[in-house]
Design a protein around this ligand. Sequence first.
Ligand code: SF4
Length: 413
Amino acid sequence: MNARRAGIILNMAKNVKKLTLANKLAKRGAVITPTEIISRQNRADNVRDIEDLVGAAGSSNSIYFSPIRTRKQRQLNGESLKMESLKKEPLSPTRVPPKKNKKEDHTVTKIQVGSATIVKCKVVQEAADSPIRIDKIKKELEPQIKQELNIQESLEGLKSIKTELVTKFDPNLYPEVQAPHPLWYNHLENIRIMRNSKTAPVDTMGCHRCADSKADAKTQRFQNLVALMLSSQTKDQTTFEAMNRLKDRTLTPLKLKEMPVTELENLLHPVSFYKNKAKYLKQTVEILMEKYDSDIPDNIKELVALPGVGPKMAHICMAVAWNKITGIGVDVHVHRLSNRLGWVPKPTKEPEQTRIALEKWLPFSLWSEVNHLFVGFGQTICTPVKPNCGECLNKDICPSANVEIKPKKKRDR
Ligand code: SF4
Protein backbone atom coordinates (compact mmCIF):
# COMPACT_ATOMS: atom_id res chain seq x y z
CA MET A 1 0.00 0.00 0.00
CA ASN A 2 1.56 3.34 -0.98
CA ALA A 3 1.36 6.48 1.17
CA ARG A 4 -1.24 8.16 -0.99
CA ARG A 5 -3.53 5.12 -0.94
CA ALA A 6 -3.07 4.79 2.83
CA GLY A 7 -4.06 8.40 3.27
CA ILE A 8 -7.16 8.02 1.17
CA ILE A 9 -8.27 4.97 3.13
CA LEU A 10 -7.65 6.82 6.42
CA ASN A 11 -9.81 9.75 5.31
CA MET A 12 -12.48 7.36 4.15
CA ALA A 13 -12.36 5.57 7.50
CA LYS A 14 -13.03 8.82 9.35
CA ASN A 15 -16.31 9.06 7.55
CA VAL A 16 -17.08 5.40 7.92
CA LYS A 17 -20.40 6.12 9.65
CA LYS A 18 -21.76 6.99 6.28
CA LEU A 19 -23.22 3.81 4.84
CA THR A 20 -22.37 4.62 1.22
CA LEU A 21 -18.73 5.10 2.12
CA ALA A 22 -18.74 1.89 4.13
CA ASN A 23 -20.02 0.12 1.08
CA LYS A 24 -17.12 1.45 -0.95
CA LEU A 25 -14.69 0.35 1.73
CA ALA A 26 -16.14 -3.07 1.85
CA LYS A 27 -15.87 -3.38 -1.92
CA ARG A 28 -12.29 -2.23 -1.91
CA GLY A 29 -11.00 -4.51 0.79
CA ALA A 30 -13.63 -7.22 0.52
CA VAL A 31 -13.13 -7.77 4.21
CA ILE A 32 -15.57 -5.36 5.83
CA THR A 33 -19.25 -5.49 5.19
CA PRO A 34 -21.61 -2.60 5.86
CA THR A 35 -23.75 -4.75 8.14
CA GLU A 36 -20.74 -5.43 10.34
CA ILE A 37 -20.01 -1.73 10.60
CA ILE A 38 -23.58 -1.06 11.50
CA SER A 39 -23.59 -3.86 14.06
CA ARG A 40 -20.50 -2.37 15.65
CA GLN A 41 -22.16 1.01 15.72
CA ASN A 42 -25.19 -0.59 17.30
CA ARG A 43 -22.94 -2.03 19.97
CA ALA A 44 -21.78 1.58 20.57
CA ASP A 45 -18.24 0.84 19.46
CA ASN A 46 -16.25 3.92 18.88
CA VAL A 47 -15.52 3.69 15.18
CA ARG A 48 -13.29 6.57 14.43
CA ASP A 49 -10.58 5.02 12.39
CA ILE A 50 -10.00 2.06 10.05
CA GLU A 51 -7.93 0.60 12.86
CA ASP A 52 -10.99 0.52 15.06
CA LEU A 53 -12.69 -1.62 12.47
CA VAL A 54 -9.96 -4.18 12.12
CA GLY A 55 -9.56 -4.75 15.83
CA ALA A 56 -6.59 -6.09 17.72
CA ALA A 57 -4.57 -9.12 16.71
CA GLY A 58 -5.89 -12.30 18.20
CA SER A 59 -9.19 -10.70 19.13
CA SER A 60 -12.13 -13.02 18.63
CA ASN A 61 -14.18 -10.09 17.38
CA SER A 62 -11.68 -9.28 14.70
CA ILE A 63 -13.26 -8.95 11.31
CA TYR A 64 -9.97 -8.50 9.53
CA PHE A 65 -8.50 -11.73 8.23
CA SER A 66 -5.27 -10.53 6.73
CA PRO A 67 -2.09 -12.00 8.18
CA ILE A 68 -0.53 -8.56 7.95
CA ARG A 69 -0.43 -6.85 11.27
CA THR A 70 -2.14 -3.51 11.58
CA ARG A 71 -0.49 -0.14 12.00
CA LYS A 72 -1.59 -0.07 15.61
CA GLN A 73 -0.03 -3.47 16.26
CA ARG A 74 3.17 -2.35 14.63
CA GLN A 75 3.28 0.78 16.74
CA LEU A 76 2.68 -1.26 19.87
CA ASN A 77 5.59 -3.53 18.91
CA GLY A 78 7.76 -0.51 18.18
CA GLU A 79 8.23 -1.55 14.57
CA SER A 80 9.02 0.77 11.73
CA LEU A 81 6.16 1.96 9.61
CA LYS A 82 8.42 3.02 6.74
CA MET A 83 7.39 2.02 3.24
CA GLU A 84 10.55 -0.03 2.63
CA SER A 85 9.73 -2.44 5.44
CA LEU A 86 6.09 -2.63 4.38
CA LYS A 87 7.02 -3.46 0.82
CA LYS A 88 8.98 -6.50 1.93
CA GLU A 89 5.99 -8.02 3.62
CA PRO A 90 3.70 -10.32 1.67
CA LEU A 91 0.34 -9.02 0.57
CA SER A 92 -2.74 -10.35 2.26
CA PRO A 93 -4.61 -13.07 0.33
CA THR A 94 -7.39 -10.63 -0.52
CA ARG A 95 -4.94 -8.25 -2.10
CA VAL A 96 -2.76 -10.61 -4.03
CA PRO A 97 -3.43 -9.72 -7.66
CA PRO A 98 -4.85 -12.63 -9.65
CA LYS A 99 -2.34 -14.31 -11.91
CA LYS A 100 -2.72 -13.29 -15.46
CA ASN A 101 -3.32 -16.16 -17.80
CA LYS A 102 -0.26 -16.58 -19.88
CA LYS A 103 -0.95 -16.58 -23.54
CA GLU A 104 -1.20 -20.15 -24.71
CA ASP A 105 1.24 -21.14 -27.32
CA HIS A 106 1.62 -24.29 -29.32
CA THR A 107 2.88 -26.88 -26.90
CA VAL A 108 4.78 -29.97 -27.85
CA THR A 109 4.70 -33.15 -25.80
CA LYS A 110 7.18 -35.86 -26.58
CA ILE A 111 6.39 -39.47 -25.73
CA GLN A 112 9.08 -42.10 -26.01
CA VAL A 113 7.91 -45.39 -27.60
CA GLY A 114 10.86 -47.75 -27.71
CA SER A 115 13.53 -46.07 -29.83
CA ALA A 116 11.05 -43.71 -31.48
CA THR A 117 9.55 -40.47 -30.22
CA ILE A 118 5.88 -39.65 -30.69
CA VAL A 119 5.21 -35.93 -30.77
CA LYS A 120 1.84 -34.52 -29.77
CA CYS A 121 1.30 -30.83 -30.42
CA LYS A 122 -1.43 -28.37 -29.49
CA VAL A 123 -1.84 -25.25 -31.57
CA VAL A 124 -3.78 -22.30 -30.09
CA GLN A 125 -6.19 -20.22 -32.10
CA GLU A 126 -3.85 -17.26 -32.31
CA ALA A 127 -1.12 -19.45 -33.79
CA ALA A 128 -3.57 -21.15 -36.09
CA ASP A 129 -4.69 -17.77 -37.44
CA SER A 130 -1.21 -16.91 -38.61
CA PRO A 131 -0.23 -18.56 -41.91
CA ILE A 132 3.48 -17.82 -41.35
CA ARG A 133 3.32 -19.39 -37.93
CA ILE A 134 1.53 -22.43 -39.33
CA ASP A 135 4.19 -22.88 -41.99
CA LYS A 136 6.91 -22.64 -39.37
CA ILE A 137 5.22 -25.17 -37.11
CA LYS A 138 4.58 -27.46 -40.07
CA LYS A 139 8.24 -27.36 -41.07
CA GLU A 140 9.39 -28.00 -37.52
CA LEU A 141 7.05 -30.88 -36.88
CA GLU A 142 6.87 -32.49 -40.33
CA PRO A 143 9.63 -35.08 -39.78
CA GLN A 144 8.32 -35.96 -36.33
CA ILE A 145 4.75 -36.34 -37.58
CA LYS A 146 5.96 -38.51 -40.47
CA GLN A 147 7.88 -40.66 -38.01
CA GLU A 148 4.78 -41.00 -35.85
CA LEU A 149 2.69 -42.00 -38.86
CA ASN A 150 5.29 -44.59 -39.87
CA ILE A 151 5.26 -46.04 -36.36
CA GLN A 152 1.50 -46.19 -36.38
CA GLU A 153 1.51 -47.91 -39.78
CA SER A 154 4.10 -50.44 -38.55
CA LEU A 155 2.08 -51.08 -35.43
CA GLU A 156 -1.05 -51.61 -37.52
CA GLY A 157 0.87 -54.02 -39.75
CA LEU A 158 2.21 -55.97 -36.77
CA LYS A 159 -1.28 -56.04 -35.26
CA SER A 160 -2.76 -57.58 -38.41
CA ILE A 161 0.08 -60.16 -38.65
CA LYS A 162 -0.45 -61.03 -34.98
CA THR A 163 -4.20 -61.39 -35.49
CA GLU A 164 -3.59 -63.57 -38.54
CA LEU A 165 -1.18 -65.79 -36.64
CA VAL A 166 -3.43 -66.05 -33.59
CA THR A 167 -6.22 -67.18 -35.88
CA LYS A 168 -3.98 -69.74 -37.53
CA PHE A 169 -2.63 -71.01 -34.23
CA ASP A 170 -6.08 -72.13 -33.21
CA PRO A 171 -5.42 -75.28 -31.12
CA ASN A 172 -8.87 -76.58 -32.05
CA LEU A 173 -8.01 -76.60 -35.75
CA TYR A 174 -6.83 -80.23 -35.67
CA PRO A 175 -8.10 -81.54 -32.33
CA GLU A 176 -7.96 -85.22 -33.31
CA VAL A 177 -4.37 -85.18 -34.55
CA GLN A 178 -2.05 -87.50 -32.63
CA ALA A 179 1.23 -86.03 -33.84
CA PRO A 180 4.61 -87.40 -32.77
CA HIS A 181 5.66 -83.85 -31.85
CA PRO A 182 3.17 -81.72 -29.85
CA LEU A 183 4.37 -78.50 -31.51
CA TRP A 184 4.09 -79.81 -35.05
CA TYR A 185 1.63 -77.07 -36.05
CA ASN A 186 3.97 -74.37 -34.74
CA HIS A 187 6.75 -75.92 -36.86
CA LEU A 188 4.49 -75.78 -39.90
CA GLU A 189 3.41 -72.19 -39.31
CA ASN A 190 7.01 -71.06 -38.85
CA ILE A 191 8.05 -72.82 -42.05
CA ARG A 192 5.18 -71.11 -43.89
CA ILE A 193 6.41 -67.73 -42.65
CA MET A 194 10.02 -68.49 -43.61
CA ARG A 195 8.99 -69.77 -47.04
CA ASN A 196 6.99 -66.61 -47.69
CA SER A 197 9.99 -64.43 -46.93
CA LYS A 198 12.52 -66.31 -49.08
CA THR A 199 12.22 -67.65 -52.63
CA ALA A 200 13.62 -71.15 -53.13
CA PRO A 201 14.76 -72.79 -56.41
CA VAL A 202 11.69 -75.06 -56.31
CA ASP A 203 9.44 -71.99 -56.53
CA THR A 204 10.78 -70.90 -59.91
CA MET A 205 12.32 -74.08 -61.35
CA GLY A 206 10.37 -76.92 -59.73
CA CYS A 207 8.77 -79.68 -61.82
CA HIS A 208 5.48 -77.80 -61.86
CA ARG A 209 7.31 -74.99 -63.70
CA CYS A 210 8.92 -77.18 -66.35
CA ALA A 211 5.97 -77.85 -68.63
CA ASP A 212 5.29 -75.67 -71.66
CA SER A 213 2.20 -73.67 -70.71
CA LYS A 214 1.32 -73.19 -74.39
CA ALA A 215 1.21 -76.93 -75.12
CA ASP A 216 -2.02 -78.91 -74.95
CA ALA A 217 -3.08 -80.50 -71.66
CA LYS A 218 -1.98 -84.02 -72.64
CA THR A 219 1.50 -82.84 -73.66
CA GLN A 220 1.80 -80.78 -70.49
CA ARG A 221 1.04 -83.86 -68.38
CA PHE A 222 3.70 -85.82 -70.29
CA GLN A 223 6.23 -83.02 -69.70
CA ASN A 224 5.35 -83.02 -65.98
CA LEU A 225 6.17 -86.70 -65.83
CA VAL A 226 9.47 -86.30 -67.74
CA ALA A 227 10.54 -83.45 -65.42
CA LEU A 228 9.77 -85.59 -62.37
CA MET A 229 11.76 -88.51 -63.77
CA LEU A 230 14.76 -86.24 -64.37
CA SER A 231 14.48 -84.51 -60.97
CA SER A 232 15.39 -87.54 -58.90
CA GLN A 233 18.61 -86.67 -57.00
CA THR A 234 19.16 -83.69 -59.28
CA LYS A 235 19.09 -80.00 -58.43
CA ASP A 236 16.06 -78.08 -59.65
CA GLN A 237 18.17 -75.76 -61.79
CA THR A 238 19.84 -78.70 -63.60
CA THR A 239 16.46 -80.34 -64.27
CA PHE A 240 14.98 -77.04 -65.45
CA GLU A 241 17.82 -76.45 -67.93
CA ALA A 242 17.63 -80.02 -69.29
CA MET A 243 13.87 -79.62 -69.73
CA ASN A 244 14.43 -76.39 -71.66
CA ARG A 245 16.84 -78.20 -74.01
CA LEU A 246 14.27 -80.94 -74.55
CA LYS A 247 11.45 -78.47 -75.09
CA ASP A 248 13.56 -76.67 -77.73
CA ARG A 249 13.32 -79.93 -79.71
CA THR A 250 9.56 -80.15 -78.99
CA LEU A 251 9.02 -82.49 -76.10
CA THR A 252 6.28 -84.96 -77.06
CA PRO A 253 6.15 -88.76 -76.71
CA LEU A 254 6.55 -89.15 -80.48
CA LYS A 255 9.59 -86.83 -80.72
CA LEU A 256 11.24 -88.58 -77.81
CA LYS A 257 10.59 -91.97 -79.35
CA GLU A 258 12.24 -90.89 -82.62
CA MET A 259 15.24 -89.25 -80.94
CA PRO A 260 18.46 -91.34 -80.92
CA VAL A 261 19.39 -92.38 -77.40
CA THR A 262 22.84 -90.75 -77.57
CA GLU A 263 21.29 -87.45 -78.56
CA LEU A 264 18.86 -87.76 -75.66
CA GLU A 265 21.74 -88.49 -73.28
CA ASN A 266 23.57 -85.41 -74.50
CA LEU A 267 20.50 -83.28 -73.92
CA LEU A 268 20.01 -84.65 -70.44
CA HIS A 269 23.60 -84.25 -69.28
CA PRO A 270 24.52 -83.16 -66.49
CA VAL A 271 21.35 -84.51 -64.88
CA SER A 272 22.41 -87.23 -62.44
CA PHE A 273 22.16 -90.80 -63.81
CA TYR A 274 21.35 -89.27 -67.20
CA LYS A 275 22.15 -92.52 -69.08
CA ASN A 276 19.72 -94.55 -66.97
CA LYS A 277 17.13 -91.80 -67.19
CA ALA A 278 17.48 -91.64 -70.99
CA LYS A 279 16.89 -95.38 -71.13
CA TYR A 280 13.82 -95.16 -68.83
CA LEU A 281 12.38 -92.30 -70.87
CA LYS A 282 12.69 -94.28 -74.09
CA GLN A 283 10.87 -97.26 -72.50
CA THR A 284 8.21 -95.05 -70.94
CA VAL A 285 7.23 -93.27 -74.17
CA GLU A 286 6.79 -96.65 -75.85
CA ILE A 287 4.32 -97.69 -73.11
CA LEU A 288 2.51 -94.37 -73.08
CA MET A 289 2.01 -94.37 -76.83
CA GLU A 290 0.91 -97.95 -76.85
CA LYS A 291 -1.33 -98.11 -73.77
CA TYR A 292 -2.40 -94.54 -72.97
CA ASP A 293 -2.71 -92.80 -76.32
CA SER A 294 0.39 -90.72 -75.56
CA ASP A 295 -1.11 -89.54 -72.28
CA ILE A 296 0.03 -90.57 -68.79
CA PRO A 297 -1.83 -92.89 -66.37
CA ASP A 298 -4.22 -91.21 -63.96
CA ASN A 299 -3.61 -93.46 -60.97
CA ILE A 300 -0.74 -94.37 -58.69
CA LYS A 301 -0.69 -98.06 -59.47
CA GLU A 302 -0.13 -97.58 -63.20
CA LEU A 303 2.24 -94.68 -62.72
CA VAL A 304 4.61 -96.63 -60.47
CA ALA A 305 4.53 -99.43 -63.03
CA LEU A 306 6.36 -97.16 -65.51
CA PRO A 307 10.16 -97.62 -65.72
CA GLY A 308 12.06 -95.30 -63.34
CA VAL A 309 8.91 -93.97 -61.59
CA GLY A 310 8.75 -94.40 -57.80
CA PRO A 311 5.95 -93.67 -55.29
CA LYS A 312 7.22 -90.15 -54.53
CA MET A 313 7.20 -89.22 -58.23
CA ALA A 314 3.83 -90.86 -58.73
CA HIS A 315 2.14 -88.92 -55.90
CA ILE A 316 3.63 -85.60 -57.01
CA CYS A 317 2.72 -86.38 -60.62
CA MET A 318 -0.88 -87.07 -59.61
CA ALA A 319 -1.01 -83.70 -57.83
CA VAL A 320 0.77 -81.64 -60.52
CA ALA A 321 -0.54 -83.31 -63.70
CA TRP A 322 -3.99 -84.50 -62.60
CA ASN A 323 -4.62 -82.15 -59.66
CA LYS A 324 -5.46 -85.15 -57.45
CA ILE A 325 -4.01 -85.71 -53.97
CA THR A 326 -3.20 -89.37 -53.51
CA GLY A 327 -0.39 -89.21 -50.97
CA ILE A 328 2.48 -87.15 -49.59
CA GLY A 329 5.36 -86.67 -51.99
CA VAL A 330 8.31 -87.49 -49.75
CA ASP A 331 11.62 -86.67 -51.34
CA VAL A 332 15.00 -86.29 -49.60
CA HIS A 333 14.01 -82.87 -48.16
CA VAL A 334 10.68 -84.01 -46.72
CA HIS A 335 12.36 -87.15 -45.41
CA ARG A 336 15.19 -85.21 -43.74
CA LEU A 337 12.99 -82.48 -42.23
CA SER A 338 10.42 -84.92 -40.90
CA ASN A 339 13.19 -86.67 -39.00
CA ARG A 340 14.80 -83.46 -37.76
CA LEU A 341 11.53 -81.99 -36.51
CA GLY A 342 10.38 -85.20 -34.86
CA TRP A 343 7.41 -85.63 -37.18
CA VAL A 344 8.02 -89.36 -37.29
CA PRO A 345 7.53 -91.47 -34.12
CA LYS A 346 10.97 -93.00 -34.56
CA PRO A 347 13.79 -92.18 -37.02
CA THR A 348 13.21 -93.52 -40.52
CA LYS A 349 15.85 -94.58 -43.01
CA GLU A 350 13.99 -94.36 -46.32
CA PRO A 351 11.63 -91.69 -47.75
CA GLU A 352 8.98 -94.34 -48.28
CA GLN A 353 9.02 -95.20 -44.54
CA THR A 354 8.66 -91.49 -43.77
CA ARG A 355 5.72 -91.18 -46.16
CA ILE A 356 3.87 -94.04 -44.49
CA ALA A 357 4.58 -92.61 -41.01
CA LEU A 358 3.46 -89.10 -42.01
CA GLU A 359 0.29 -90.21 -43.71
CA LYS A 360 -0.79 -91.93 -40.47
CA TRP A 361 -1.24 -88.67 -38.60
CA LEU A 362 -0.81 -85.59 -40.84
CA PRO A 363 -4.25 -84.13 -41.77
CA PHE A 364 -5.13 -84.86 -45.39
CA SER A 365 -5.70 -81.16 -46.12
CA LEU A 366 -1.97 -80.56 -45.61
CA TRP A 367 -0.65 -83.39 -47.76
CA SER A 368 -0.32 -81.38 -50.95
CA GLU A 369 1.23 -78.39 -49.20
CA VAL A 370 3.85 -80.15 -47.14
CA ASN A 371 6.03 -81.27 -50.07
CA HIS A 372 6.36 -77.83 -51.61
CA LEU A 373 6.88 -76.19 -48.20
CA PHE A 374 9.53 -78.62 -47.02
CA VAL A 375 11.44 -78.81 -50.31
CA GLY A 376 11.89 -75.03 -50.44
CA PHE A 377 12.70 -74.84 -46.74
CA GLY A 378 15.25 -77.65 -47.15
CA GLN A 379 16.84 -75.83 -50.09
CA THR A 380 17.22 -72.51 -48.28
CA ILE A 381 17.45 -72.88 -44.49
CA CYS A 382 17.31 -76.45 -43.22
CA THR A 383 19.93 -77.60 -45.72
CA PRO A 384 21.33 -81.15 -45.62
CA VAL A 385 24.71 -80.06 -44.26
CA LYS A 386 25.09 -77.12 -41.86
CA PRO A 387 21.44 -76.05 -41.56
CA ASN A 388 21.00 -72.36 -40.71
CA CYS A 389 19.49 -72.97 -37.29
CA GLY A 390 20.47 -69.44 -36.20
CA GLU A 391 17.98 -67.86 -38.62
CA CYS A 392 15.32 -70.56 -38.28
CA LEU A 393 12.10 -69.62 -36.48
CA ASN A 394 11.92 -73.18 -35.18
CA LYS A 395 15.27 -73.06 -33.40
CA ASP A 396 13.64 -73.02 -29.93
CA ILE A 397 11.18 -75.82 -30.63
CA CYS A 398 13.15 -78.07 -32.95
CA PRO A 399 14.67 -81.25 -31.46
CA SER A 400 17.57 -81.05 -33.94
CA ALA A 401 18.47 -77.37 -33.57
CA ASN A 402 22.24 -76.85 -33.63
CA VAL A 403 22.89 -80.58 -33.70
CA GLU A 404 26.08 -81.36 -35.58
CA ILE A 405 25.25 -83.15 -38.84
CA LYS A 406 27.66 -85.31 -40.77
CA PRO A 407 27.55 -84.91 -44.56
CA LYS A 408 26.04 -87.79 -46.53
CA LYS A 409 27.46 -89.21 -49.71
CA LYS A 410 24.12 -89.05 -51.56
CA ARG A 411 23.44 -85.80 -53.35
CA ASP A 412 20.30 -83.86 -52.50
CA ARG A 413 18.58 -82.00 -55.23
S1 SF4 B 1 16.23 -75.46 -36.09
FE1 SF4 B 1 17.80 -76.14 -37.52
S2 SF4 B 1 17.46 -78.34 -37.76
FE2 SF4 B 1 15.59 -77.49 -36.84
S3 SF4 B 1 14.26 -77.03 -38.57
FE3 SF4 B 1 15.39 -75.16 -38.13
S4 SF4 B 1 17.17 -75.26 -39.48
FE4 SF4 B 1 16.30 -77.32 -39.40
